[in-house]
Design a binder for this molecule. Structure first.
Ligand code: ADP
Ligand code: ADP
Length: 225
């Protein structure tokens, strides 16, 4: 139990959660679940979930809790999550956080830490407007901050890079409002439980990564002491 890393990445859209998740899963060999990626895959497949979720996602609203909670509750109970997991984009509301806590409690486990990547609104807008993603792998780039070697092409597999529909200017503003109203209360939620760790998302990708890695190493030492 003490060595488990049951981690949550929290923060506004565009803060760098996905970018950091990709690095952390390699460091700590954790299974990674991104609810945004799961939902986008469902939309592409045209599954029942995808059909229900699409309208909310296109407008920058959250998908209703009852569509998303079971996905995650089932995911964390799977065998590969026994020694820990990294959730990216979940929870986004207090009821989602409560549902996760309850599911983990049933497994005699709990969240180890919520890693908050902080970024102000102005920078969020810059990050989201320049974000481009690989159509095949979802790997992320930024036109100014992390450009691919060849314009419009993924460095890793040569696929096309596209802009997400919800990264267009008219949707970004709504996503920010939704973040402040529905997700930001989770900062206090995790802080009051002694689980919050804050990171300055305006630093470089490598600096943010180093800071998170150092915090997790300390946390593991404390837990095993
Ligand atoms: P999130 O998952 O929080 O929405 P992403 O990881 O997709 O955020 O990052 C948003 C955009 O910002 C991407 O285009 C990414 O390349 C870029 N990015 C991520 N981290 C940094 C950073 N520390 N500095 C500059 N740009 C970054
Ligand atoms: P970002 O990290 O850039 O905010 P995501 O890829 O995590 O974006 O999420 C994209 C969209 O998917 C959200 O705007 C929302 O509509 C939906 N979504 C993702 N995760 C959740 C969640 N836990 N609860 C409700 N909606 C979600």
């Amino acid at each position: 139990m003490s060595q488990e890393l049951n981690l949550i990445l929290l923060g506004p859209p565009g803060a760098g959660k996905g970018t950091q998740a990709a690095r952390l899963v390699q460091d700590f060999r954790l299974p990674w679940a991104s609810t945004g990626d799961m939902l986008r895959a469902a939309v592409t497949e045209g599954s029942d979930l995808g059909l229900k979720a699409k309208g909310f996602m296109d407008s920058g609203a959250l998908v209703p809790d009852d569509l998303i909670v079971d996905l995650i509750v089932e995911r964390v109970a799977q065998e590969d999550c026994e020694d820990g997991f990294l959730l990216d984009g979940y929870p986004r509301t207090i009821p989602q956080a409560d549902a996760l806590a309850e599911a983990l409690e049933g497994l005699d486990r709990k969240v180890t830490a919520a890693l908050l990547v902080e970024l102000d609104d102005e920078e969020v807008i810059r990050r989201l407007s320049g974000r481009r993603v690989c159509v095949t792998s979802g790997h992320g780039y930024h036109l100014d901050f992390d450009p691919p070697k060849h314009e419009g092409v993924c460095d890793q597999d040569g696929s096309r890079l596209v802009q997400r529909d919800d990264d267009k200017a008219e949707v970004i503003e709504n996503r920010l409002e939704v973040y402040h109203a529905q997700t930001e209360p989770l900062v206090e939620y995790f802080e009051s439980r002694g689980l919050l760790r804050r990171f300055d998302g305006s630093r470089s990708q490598t600096e943010v990564h180093d800071h998170i890695r150092a915090a997790l190493a300390t946390l593991r030492l404390e837990e095993s002491a």
